[in-house]
Every structure is written in structure tokens, then in C-alpha cells.
Design a protein around this ligand. Structure first.
Ligand code: ATP
Ligand code: MG
Length: 420
């Protein structure tokens, strides 16, 4: 048994899961690009203050989930717990507001949060996200929601529901806060977390799982929205309705990060158990300014890849992950190894149209040749690898300018001309 194990909450990704993640990445890239989002890769660690400042001091992530460390020069860094703060930092640092005519970006990569590991909740996990910076209008919110749901739909994840809410601007929010504090103060047996948050972050009480049953007729944010915020929220809904996108208004949706303003949303699946949020996002009109830039109203989302795959497992997404044909190159005589080796490399670059000569697709996987193995064990290996065709280099055939092509499903063999 191995002495070392992957750290708690992390996992090695291989086999089917690696292929599924690759497929998810490819599909979502096509969708991001179609909507004109450009990729930005940011570092995996950043100055810790970037996250405390943007995500908020009294959020779960900053209070207890960040991996913070000092480097050898005493710089305080954190492994990124999410992607938006880093992307906004890059946007400001590279003056994207001047160089990019439309501020649409996407990212994909690993995030780190010190959480209690369970199904769908890990300490290292992958997110893909899109951010639309510099567009204050409701069509940006609608496009972000539509891109997220397009990704999930193209994976045939059917049992999803879009939960939508508005958190208003700071004006609406301070009124809502007051109403909430008054309301919650009248409830005597709040859990410890809620009691602690009541002063600092009363909105978070709305998504408390322990106290949820005690709350009835809670004030809603919508009662507190100013005319501008209300209008914005209604227009987002009108746009979603106009393209037939179904959603549900959820007054309790507040999201766990402080930077959101106006629209917030989550896409949940009913088939993945209690960690049911596959994707979440919203508008953040003040974040760029708070991090030292100019005012750039923005909106974005992040999608949790592992959870999306948990939902996709229920349908055909995992079928045919190994769709590429494998061609195995075998030798019946050790003397022919070098010829077979050259052949395998020609096949890889489809020289002399070899793929069509062999009757396989031109994006194939090539394995072999191996020396020190009997032909029998080479053929066994080809079988285990699920090879579609095996090419056999035999002495007599090769001397006559031929090689053998064996179809592994029908076991039929034929000879074709080949000279190296
Ligand atoms: P949750 O309520 O599940 O803790 P969150 O509000 O913390 O989610 P976000 O920060 O909005 O999540 O992240 C966006 C998405 O990333 C989530 O909807 C989820 O799919 C995924 N995600 C978040 N935390 C984890 C984690 N620890 N492990 C795996 N996926 C995660
Ligand atoms: Mg969380």
C-alpha cells in the first residue's frame, strides 16, 4: 500500500473522469467562443488581500475556507478560492477597459477551499466561468444566464432549474438589511452562526439551512428595490422570457459572496443530492472600482465542473468518451521493429494518406510497436486496448512489399502494399 495519499478533499483525475472533464472543457469552450468570450488564464495564487477585499471579510470563504500561506519573502498569498477576483485584477492591471472593445472573458481551472469534503464538495475542484465587464444593461445579465444554461443544455442535463433574484444596489440593500434585522431579531432561537451574522451580514441568514424552518413571511428584497433596480430586474426577466428561457424567482437567493449587486442566480439540479448548485453568478457593478479600477458594471457566473459531471452521469454524456479509433502496430519478427516504428510515425502524421488506406478516421490513436513480446501477446494487448485495427509486420509479407491489416472486431485479415 502506498505510504502517501492525495490530501483530504482532493482527488486524482484519470480514466473516464479525465476524458469527461476534457469533453466538458471542449464543449464549453465552443459555447464561450461563439458568444465572443476570450480566455484569460490567471495564476493559481494571488495576494490574499485581493480575495478578502472582494469576496468580503464575513463570508464563509474568507472566514474559514481559504488556503493562506506566506512565501519565503513573507508575502501573504492565498490559493484562489474562485475566479472572478483574479479576472478583475487582471482586467485592471492590463487596462482591458481600453484595449478590449467588448469586455467578455472566460476562464477554466482549479479552485481551492478548505471545506468539509463530501459528495460534490472538495478542497480542490474545477470551475469554468464567464465574466462580462463594462455592460451595465440587462442584456448582459441575460446573456450570462443564457451561456450558462446553454452549456448545461448541451450536456443534456435536463433536470435543471434557474433560480433568479435581485439584491438591488447599496441603497435598496440597506433598507432590506434594516427590515431583515428587525424581522430576525424577533426570532428567539436562532442558531449560533445566524446570531453572529445578524449584525455583520443579515442577508446570509436567508440561506441558513438550520433555521430555514423557523422563517415565515420573511421580508423580500423585491419590496425594497428602488425604481432603477426594479426596472433592471424586470428587463432581465423580459429578455429571458423572449427567448423561452424558464426560471423561477427565489427571494431567498442571496449568494455567499459580498460583491454581488442586482441580479443573482443559481442553476440547480434535482439529481445530484444536497450539493445541488451546478452554477452560480450575478452582477457586480462596484467590484472593479473597489479593487482600484474605474467604475465598470459587470456580470458573470462560475460553473462547478465536478458537480456538472455528477449531473451529466445520469445521461448519455459518459457514453463514447473513447470515441477515437486505436490502431495497434505489431511485429511478427523482431528484425522488422525499425520498419514498424517508422510506419507508426508515418501513420501518426497520416503520411501517404495511410489512414484512408487502412480505412480508419484520420484522428486516430496509434500504439506500438513493442519488441520483446510474442505476436500472441501483442495481439492480446491490442484486444485489451480496444484496437479497431492491428497492423502486423510479418517477414514474408514485408519482403514482398506487403503488411497485414487485421480488423479486430471481425478478425478478418487482408494484405496491403507498403514499403518503408
Ligand atoms: P455552495 O453553496 O455549494 O457552497 P458556493 O455558493 O460556495 O456553493 P460559488 O462560490 O458560487 O459556490 O461557486 C460556483 C460553483 O462552484 C458552485 O455552484 C458549485 O457548483 C461549485 N463549487 C463551489 N464550491 C465547491 C467545492 N468545494 N467543491 C466542488 N464544487 C464547488
Ligand atoms: Mg460554498
Amino acid at each position: 500500500m502506498s505510504v502517501y495519499k492525495a490530501p483530504r478533499g482532493t482527488h486524482d483525475i484519470f480514466g473516464e473522469l479525465a476524458l469527461a472533464l476534457e469533453k466538458l472543457d471542449l464543449i464549453s469552450r465552443i459555447i464561450f467562443k461563439k458568444h465572443n468570450f476570450k480566455e484569460v488564464k490567471t495564476p493559481i495564487f494571488e495576494d490574499v488581500n485581493l480575495f478578502t477585499r472582494s469576496i468580503g471579510e464575513s463570508t464563509d470563504i474568507v472566514e474559514k475556507e481559504m488556503y493562506v500561506f506566506e512565501d519565503r519573502k513573507g508575502r501573504k498569498l492565498a490559493l484562489r478560492p474562485e475566479g472572478t477576483a483574479s479576472l478583475v485584477r487582471a482586467y485592471i492591471e492590463h487596462n482591458f477597459n481600453q484595449t478590449e472593445p467588448v469586455g467578455k472573458f472566460f476562464y477554466s481551472g482549479e479552485m481551492f477551499r478548505y471545506e468539509r469534503p463530501q459528495a460534490g464538495r472538495y478542497r480542490q475542484f474545477s470551475q469554468m466561468g464567464a465574466e462580462y465587464l463594462g455592460n451595465p444593461n440587462p442584456n448582459a445579465d441575460a446573456e450570462i444566464i443564457l451561456v450558462a444554461s446553454e452549456i448545461l443544455e448541451s450536456l443534456s442535463i435536463k433536470d435543471i432549474k434557474i433560480h433568479l433574484n435581485s439584491l438591488g444596489c447599496s441603497g435598496c440593500r440597506s433598507e432590506f438589511r434594516k427590515k431583515l434585522v428587525k424581522y430576525f431579531s424577533s426570532i428567539s432561537d436562532l442558531c449560533q452562526d445566524c446570531q453572529r451574522r445578524l449584525d455583520k451580514n443579515p442577508l446570509r441568514l436567508l440561506d441558513c439551512k438550520i433555521d430555514a424552518g423557523k422563517f415565515q413571511n420573511i421580508p423580500t428584497m423585491q419590496e425594497c428595490l428602488c425604481p432603477d433596480c426594479n426596472n433592471h430586474f424586470e428587463q432581465v426577466q423580459t429578455l429571458l422570457n423572449s427567448v423561452g428561457c424558464e426560471y423561477e424567482i427565489n427571494h431567498k437567493l442571496v449568494r455567499g459572496l459580498d460583491y454581488y449587486t442586482r441580479t443573482v442566480f443559481e442553476i440547480r439540479s434535482s439529481s445530484v443530492g444536497s450539493q445541488d448548485a451546478l452554477c452560480a453568478g450575478g452582477r457586480y457593478d462596484n467590484l472593479v472600482e473597489e479593487l482600484g479600477g474605474v467604475q465598470v458594471p459587470s456580470v458573470g457566473f462560475a460553473l462547478g465542473c465536478e458537480r456538472v459531471l455528477m449531473a451529466a452521469e445520469k445521461n448519455s454524456f459518459f457514453d463514447n468518451l473513447n470515441a477515437d479509433d486505436l490502431v495497434f502496430v505489431a511485429i511478427a519478427d523482431e528484425e522488422l521493429f525499425n520498419h514498424a516504428f517508422t510506419f507508426a510515425n508515418k501513420l501518426l502524421s497520416n503520411k501517404d494518406n495511410l489512414c484512408s488506406v487502412l480505412g480508419v478516421k484520420d484522428n486516430i490513436i496509434v500504439e506500438g510497436p513493442f519488441n520483446n513480446k510474442s505476436l500472441k501477446s501483442q495481439l492480446k494487448l491490442a484486444d485489451r486496448l480496444g484496437a479497431k485495427k492491428t497492423i502486423i509486420f510479418g517477414k514474408n509479407e514485408f519482403d514482398n512489399g506487403k503488411i497485414i491489416v487485421k480488423d479486430m472486431s471481425t478478425q478478418e485479415q487482408k494484405e496491403i502494399s507498403y514499403r518503408s
